[in-house]
Design a protein around this ligand. Structure first.
Ligand code: CA2
Length: 139
């Protein structure tokens, strides 16, 4: 399962210097193709609501998803609820960011996801999603 958090529905429409010019649909299409080649299935979702992301993590567990790729957006830096949910579901979660939060404002340096993530990929743009998918397929 590939989960995207708040404001990522705006990808490709604003701030291309930071987030690139691909839309979330472009990324989903690319992951679908790559998943086919890897022999795995992807289910990509986006929500601006923290609770939806938590419900989907529970759903991933209930539906026996094998891994979660998570770009939690700004909830990365604030959400103890996501930290708890990731711990609870006991699935490998790969944290992905398009930009490199460590090279931006200081408040982006804290991640509540990283301590419970299997791995973290940041700063490589949409390529980060592809790398995470490859890692997930291998894991
Ligand atoms: O770099 C990333 O992928 C982030 O998760 C993106 C979040 C940001 O809060 C994190 O620190 C790093 C923000 C997503 C906002 O997405 C937009 C896309 C286009 C235009 C405006 C916002």
């Amino acid at each position: 399962m590939v989960l995207n958090g708040p404001n990522l529905n705006l990808l490709g429409t604003r701030e291309p210097a930071i987030y690139g010019s691909d839309t979330l649909d472009d990324i989903a299409g690319r992951l679908e193709d790559e998943a086919l080649a890897l022999g795995v299935a992807v289910d990509m979702r986006q929500s601006n609501h923290e609770g939806h992301l938590i419900d989907w993590l529970h759903e991933a567990r209930a539906d026996a998803a094998r891994a979660v790729i998570l770009n939690a957006g700004a909830f990365t830096h604030t959400s103890i609820a996501l930290y708890d949910a990731i711990k609870a579901v006991e699935l490998p979660v790969i944290e992905v960011h398009l930009s490199n939060p460590h090279a931006r404002e200081p408040f982006r340096r804290r991640s509540y996801i990283a301590p419970v993530a299997k791995g973290v990929i940041a700063g490589l743009g949409v390529e980060g999603y592809s790398l995470a998918l490859r890692a997930a397929a291998t894991l």
